[in-house]
Design a protein around this ligand. Structure first.
Ligand code: SF4
Ligand code: SF4
Length: 151
C-alpha cells in the first residue's frame, strides 16, 4: 500500500489502537494501586528512622554515645545527654533527626554499637513543612505510623 493511501485510511493509527486495546485487559495492568495496596519494599531498604526501646523495660537502648551523630556526613543528628551521678552513666536527654537533609546512607545505623538507631522499611515521610521533618526523640521512639487507606 502506498504511503498516501496508508495515511488516508489511518492504517498506522488503527494498528496502534489495536495494540492499545489488546492490552486493556485488567490482568495486564501492572500499576501498583498505592495507597490502597502498599508496595513490598526490599528487606534492606533504608527508610524512616526509629530509636528503639528495650522490648521488656521500654527503656531506650540508646546509650548517648554520639557515634551516630559523628558518623553522619550531613551532621543532622543531635544527641544530648547528662551524667547520672548515681550510676555514673550518661543518660539521653535530647535526640533530634533532621529528615529533610538525610540521604539514607545508613552510616549512622552502622555506627550504633547497641542497635538503638534503625532505618526502617517505612517510606512515607512526606510533610507539609520543613520543621515537621525534624523528628524529636518522642517521634523517633514512636516510629513511623503509616496511614491505612480505605476506599
Ligand atoms: S542515613 Fe546517612 S545522612 Fe541520614 S542521618 Fe544517617 S548517616 Fe546521616
Ligand atoms: S543511637 Fe546509637 S550511636 Fe547514636 S547515640 Fe544512641 S547508642 Fe550512640
Amino acid at each position: 500500500m502506498n504511503t498516501v493511501l496508508r495515511k488516508m485510511l489511518f492504517v498506522d493509527l488503527i494498528k496502534g489502537l489495536k495494540v492499545t486495546f489488546r492490552n486493556q485487559d485488567p490482568k495486564n495492568v501492572y500499576t501498583e494501586q498505592y495507597p490502597l495496596q502498599r508496595p513490598q519494599v526490599a528487606e534492606r531498604y533504608r527508610g524512616a528512622p526509629r530509636l528503639n526501646n528495650h522490648p521488656d523495660t521500654n527503656e531506650t537502648l540508646c546509650i548517648a554515645c554520639d557515634l551516630c551523630a559523628l558518623a553522619c556526613p550531613e551532621n543532622l543528628i543531635i544527641v544530648g545527654s547528662e551524667r547520672n551521678e548515681k550510676t555514673r552513666r550518661k543518660e539521653l536527654t535530647i535526640f533530634t533527626y533532621d529528615l529533610s537533609r538525610c540521604m539514607f546512607c545508613g552510616l549512622c545505623e552502622d555506627a550504633c554499637p547497641v542497635d538503638a538507631l534503625e532505618l526502617t522499611q517505612d517510606f512515607e515521610m512526606a510533610n507539609y513543612t520543613r520543621e515537621g521533618l525534624t523528628w524529636d526523640r518522642e517521634t523517633l521512639e514512636k516510629g513511623p505510623q503509616p496511614k491505612a487507606y480505605r476506599r
